[in-house]
Design a protein around this ligand. Structure first.
Ligand code: SF4
Length: 404
């Protein structure tokens, strides 16, 4: 069944805004919220007193609030957060590692998730109902997650079922970077969640139980994983949610081994083969390491690729004097360079382009949420609806089983 939704030509607002933060002078110094608002992008409204606070005043306020609240609050910081937020994190990590930490923080009544919306949802699903997961800025979404709208995914699922009938079984896999409703869809329909570090195991799991995979929402992670598993590019097709039946013929759907949702990360698709060539021209000894959300040609041209944690661990463990050209988010690359002054570490993209939505967690929002806790308020609590939570948990637990 194809509904009117299939004809929409919607580009997520977060995608359009991505370039608003790209700068050529390379200055990522935190300014007052009022100054950062002038970039002209959407932010969540906040009481006016937070607008003019200087970074120093905010840091002082956060330190005071953390001391007052004590161990009842845990602050989690994703690797792509700015330094002025990371400095207050109890734990740092990628989305998977942070979700596991949220689940392990059983004594914490408050979990302040400095990351993006889908991560806070996952933390809420994995924690107990009496724990409060707070997202400091509700406008901190993810352009990739926004590309898989639940109604469009259901349309796709129905269309595929109409074409295949009962002849073949499709297993849906969704990348962690998706809304809870998409995870729930996978849980309800015999599928699972994966991360960039266990996508290969998720492929194995799915192909042991079904004939085809529907991979959501990042086509690049899906394609890179499929190729690494020995699936030919010809056996993978892209489902365009804006076209009837994904823009595919019945024969293409029947012949495909993997159906890739047409989604991408606006940060990781900035990396190019030309940037890799320029890095190697500068230093023939440079090691190129990229994230699997990069396009196929970039991953193929790199020396190695892997999850954010893999990149971090590999570069940190490398011998002094080595050179690393990295294809992932700039805030993490810069921090890695500062922590490893004995190595030459640089971002492949010469334009400084942080993830626009991660960047929305300005420290003033963190202070706002902490002061709310001190006043007994749960500002920006993320609560996944019960049915969605139950089905999404099924898909997450399947992933935890294969990931060990
Ligand atoms: S880096 Fe890409 S996938 Fe990660 S939060 Fe930003 S837009 Fe989403």
């Amino acid at each position: 069944m194809t509904t009117a939704f299939s004809k929409r030509t919607v580009v997520p607002v977060t995608e359009l805004e991505q370039s608003a933060f790209c700068q050529t002078d390379g200055n990522l110094r935190t300014k007052t919220l009022e100054e950062e608002f002038k970039a002209g992008v959407r932010w969540q409204k906040v009481p006016t007193r937070y607008l003019k606070l200087t970074p120093e005043e905010i840091a002082e306020g956060i330190a005071f609030a953390r001391k007052e609240i004590g161990s009842k609050a845990v602050l989690l910081g994703h690797h792509y957060q700015r330094d002025d937020v990371i400095q207050f994190a109890d734990f740092t990590g990628d989305s998977y590692k942070l979700s596991k930490m949220a689940a392990a923080a059983k004594d914490a009544k408050w979990i302040i998730f400095c990351g993006v919306h889908f991560m806070a949802e996952t933390a809420d699903i994995l924690t107990s109902p009496d724990q409060n997961v707070l997202l400091p800025n509700m406008a901190a979404g993810c352009s990739m997650a926004d590309m898989a709208v639940p109604r469009d995914v259901q349309d796709c699922w129905d269309d595929i079922a109409t074409v295949l009938g009962t002849t073949e079984r499709v297993i849906p896999i969704t990348y962690m970077n998706s809304a809870a409703a998409i995870k729930a869809h996978c849980g309800r329909n015999g599928g699972l969640v994966c991360t960039s570090s266990n996508a290969d195991k998720a492929f194995d799991w799915a192909l042991e139980r079904g004939d085809k995979i529907l991979f959501l929402p990042d086509q690049h992670l899906g394609r890179n994983t499929g190729i690494a598993k020995g699936i030919s590019e010809d056996d993978m097709v892209v489902w365009n949610p804006f076209l009837p039946k994904g823009g595919l013929t019945d024969s293409e759907i029947k012949a495909a081994k993997v159906l890739l949702w047409q989604g991408h990360c606006s940060v990781h698709t900035r990396f190019t083969v030309n940037q890799i060539a320029a890095a190697r021209e500068r230093n023939t000894e440079t090691n190129i390491i990229v994230h699997p959300e990069c396009t196929r040609d970039v991953v193929a041209a790199a020396d190695m690729y892997g999850s954010t944690e893999f990149i971090l661990e590999t570069v940190a463990a490398a011998p002094a004097g080595t050179s690393w050209g990295i294809g992932t988010e700039i805030s993490m690359v810069r921090r890695l360079a500062a922590q490893n002054p004995d190595k030459d570490i640089f971002c492949l993209d010469p334009v400084v382009c942080p993830c626009a939505t991660m960047y929305r967690i300005h420290p003033a929002y963190v202070l706002w949420v902490l002061e709310g806790i001190m006043a007994g308020l749960a500002i920006n609590r993320i609560e996944v609806e019960l049915g969605t939570r139950r089905d999404a948990l099924v898909a997450l637990e399947r992933m935890l089983e294969i990931a060990g």
